[in-house]
Ligand binder design. Structure first.
Ligand code: HEC
Ligand code: HEC
Length: 432
């Protein structure tokens, strides 16, 4: 991304390329209007307006609970070398990509932190991305030849701007997830997740591992990151985000996205040699690896100290059946970072894919089927103000009531519980 030779080429193609970024009018805040914004299996609900990252989201009323300290800190017990990696990685996570560094031609934002910022660099936010596809006779087509399945909302010049194609009949929004504790999630052994998948579960709950080919190691691994457990490692997710959110190619994803799939347009648009994020001579890590280091070494959000009410809520959580999917703790295995190895990761997730029925997003993203979603980890929930993949729930009660499919029995049990138990459960969730 620090390519200089390409500057000239680009300057010829895109005059005053930098100001072109600023010149492109941003689509209005919130998802753009679509002609066919009806979901396949699920009608795509209209998510709340996503404010621009520049206007910080005020904490929701009623959530004035002590948030419990300072976040965005490194994992404890790191070596000096690892602390330096954290600092260098953070700089990369905050770094604003430029056109001559490889940004675009189409992209969603200019830095990782532009979307991941609530509670500190790496947090979640109400920033949405748009996915689309077409369902015909129950078969999902990601419309790759038309620029699918992810919409890039900005471009380095107006001519390259993407739109949701008319052919799309599934259009959904996905909210930005938090990265606190991601290194612990990465250090959970594949076997640990697989072993839990084969444990028989009550209430019609199943859950299956998302087997993915990790582009970094080129091996089949158990996915765990993203709403659909679509990646197994942080380097892979970082490479994916560099390409799909910022238009920066790498050795793992060397091909640019063509604007709405138009190869001819791409040929005119992209003046920077691929891969844009290349290894410098003699270096072991490129920028994507540095960003992955930051996420890996980013501490989880610690639980608030227990109170009588949270303890009651925790019992309800387990009795009503939430803990079958939202498994409170998984043990990490080996990690090259000693501080991450053989630790309890209190993430409240089994990291498995569950058929969530009407709560699924209708996007088949192999290996996940249209209505399969990863059990969302719940650590750090108190820093959040909107819930579920498309942000359809503004309260925890609504988030629980929107559960469906494999979670239907548990949801119905929750809805019949005495109000005091429901409230204690919410208090517990807000202590995570
Ligand atoms: C335009 C907004 C945007 C930008 C820019 C962005 N992300 Fe994200 N990020 C998201 C969204 C939305 C998701 C959820 C995506 C999904 O699962 O489909 C996500 C999810 C993730 C996850 C998965 C975490 C989990 O829940 O398991 C990782 C890791 C991640 N992003 C890393 C990065 C890195 C590294 C960068 C910079 C190279 C980056 N992101 C830039 C919006 C963004
Ligand atoms: C069958 C497995 C399953 C059960 C049982 C279950 N959940 Fe979930 N939960 C999920 C999945 C999958 C998601 C992600 C949904 C999505 O993608 O929108 C989720 C999401 C959530 C979220 C939103 C998190 C976020 O990041 O926005 C909350 C809160 C939550 N669950 C709480 C609960 C509680 C409380 C219970 C018990 C009453 C429960 N869940 C029972 C699977 C389950």
């Amino acid at each position: 991304m620090k390519s200089t030779a390409s500057l000239l080429v680009l300057a010829l193609l895109v005059p005053s390329s930098l100001s072109a970024v600023a010149a492109v009018p941003l689509p209005p805040a919130g998802p753009p209007p679509f002609p066919n914004s009806v979901g396949g299996a699920v009608p795509a609900p209209k998510p709340p307006v996503a404010p621009s990252p520049k206007t910080p989201v005020p904490p929701p009323p009623g959530l004035a609970v002590a948030k419990g300290g300072k976040f965005g800190l490194p994992v404890v017990n790191l070596t000096d070398r690892q602390k330096a990696d954290f600092t260098a990685g953070k700089a990369e996570f905050l770094n604003i990509e430029t056109v001559e560094g490889g940004l675009g031609p189409i992209f969603n934002d200019v830095s990782c932190v532009a979307c991941h910022f609530e509670g500190g660099a790496g947090g979640a936010s109400r920033t949405f991305v748009t996915r689309f596809g077409r369902v015909t006779n129950g078969v999902f087509d990601p419309l790759v030849e038309l620029g699918g399945p992810l919409l890039q909302r900005r471009a380095i010049a107006p001519a390259f701007l993407e739109v949701v194609p008319r052919e799309a009949n599934v259009v959904v929004h996905r909210m930005t997830t938090p990265l606190f504790g991601a290194g612990f999630m990465e250090a959970i052994a594949d076997e640990t997740i697989s072993a839990y998948a084969s444990v028989p579960k009550p209430d019609g709950i199943k859950g299956r591992v998302a087997l993915v080919t990790d582009p970094v190691s080129n091996t089949v691994r158990v996915g765990r990151f993203g709403w659909k457990s679509q990646h197994a490692t942080l380097d892979a997710f970082a490479a994916d985000a560099y390409l799909n959110e910022m238009g920066v190619t790498s050795r793992y994803f060397p091909h640019e996205n063509a604007p709405n799939g138009n190869i001819n347009l791409l040929a005119k648009a992209d003046g920077v040699l691929d891969p844009e994020d290349a290894l410098a001579p003699g270096e072991q890590k490129s920028d994507l690896n540095l960003a992955a280091d930051y996420m890996r070494l980013l501490a989880p959000i610690p639980k608030l100290p227990p109170t009588a009410n949270t303890m009651r809520g925790e019992i309800v959580f387990s009795q009503v059946g939430c803990a079958v999917c939202h498994v409170p703790s998984l043990k990490t295995g080996f990690s090259p970072v000693a501080a991450l190895a053989n630790q309890a990761a209190n993430l409240y997730s089994d990291l498995l894919l569950h058929d969530m029925g009407r709560l699924g997003d209708g996007i088949a993203q192999p290996p996940a089927k249209a209505n399969e979603m990863r059990t969302a980890p719940l650590w750090g929930l108190r820093l959040r103000s909107l819930y579920l993949h498309d942000g359809r729930a503004s309260t925890l009660d609504l988030a629980i009531l929107a559960h469906d499919g494999e979670a239907k029995v548990v949801r119905d049990r929750y809805s019949k519980m005495p109000l005091a138990d429901r409230q204690a459960l919410v208090v517990f969730l807000n202590s995570l």
